[in-house]
Ligand binder design. Structure first.
Ligand code: ADP
Length: 215
């Protein structure tokens, strides 16, 4: 059977994580976020976690060899038997070629189009529940009962250590150098949809609904 891969593309801060979780619930497909997977690896103490930390904390890309292996494992697992939502991968042409080699997948690319200044403000404000992972932003979306997570009532909130201004600039530069040329190629390699990620969360959901319903 053909698996569906929904691949979310866009600048750091363009809302892929937030919308990836919504899409996952709506379509009953797992949300595979390579950033979340790497953060889990970094929370353990091992040689691999130290190596990953070195790259991520400096805003660099983790090696293609490791990333391709991690994603291949997920794609081959029972959880992803019907497909999945890929967020944060592929990030360069080598990684794109790695998923294109899967013959039994139908790939839909969704590009979250956003201006860099807005992305920067979103990143500088974002924080997350340390227990369930729900995302918030100190400028736009605080927990309803401030101090307690809307989802799980935890009082434990965390900021990402790689969300500081100089590291973000480095991540934006890498995005331009490595990811944008790949996105140009994606337009030729699968169905390609663009959403205006500068709109409100709810309006982006509506745009995504249209993409899913029509296709
Ligand atoms: P963002 O999209 O905001 O940059 P992510 O959570 O997707 O955040 O990724 C955080 C960091 O994890 C990246 O800056 C990078 O160091 C590393 N990373 C995530 N995905 C990949 C990937 N596919 N290839 C290499 N490194 C990755």
């Amino acid at each position: 059977m053909l698996k569906t891969l929904l691949v979310l593309l866009g600048l750091p801060g363009s809302g892929k994580g937030t919308q990836g979780k919504f899409l996952s619930d709506k379509l009953s497909l797992p949300h595979i976020s390579t950033g979340d997977i790497l953060r889990k690896i970094m929370s353990s103490d091992s040689d691999i976690s130290r190596e990953v930390k070195e790259y991520v904390s400096n805003g660099m890309l983790v090696s293609d060899e490791l990333m391709n292996r991690l994603v291949d494992n997920y794609l081959g697992s029972d959880d992803c038997a019907n497909g999945c939502i890929l967020d944060g991968y592929p990030r360069n042409i080598d990684q794109l070629n790695n998923i294109l080699k899967n013959q039994n997948v139908e790939i839909k690319f969704i590009f979250f189009d956003l201006n860099q200044d807005i992305a920067l403000k979103r990143i500088l404000g974002r924080f997350q529940c340390g227990d369930c992972g729900k995302l918030y932003n100190k400028y736009y979306s605080f927990p309803i009962n401030s101090g307690r997570c809307d989802n799980c009532e935890s009082e434990n909130f965390v900021f990402r250590s790689d969300d500081s201004e100089n590291i973000i600039k480095q991540r934006f530069d890498l995005y331009k150098k490595e990811t944008l040329p790949m996105i140009d190629l994606c337009r030729e390699k699968g169905q390609f949809f663009l959403v205006d990620a500068g709109k409100s969360e709810k309006e982006v959901v509506e745009q995504l609904d249209k993409v899913i319903e029509k296709n």
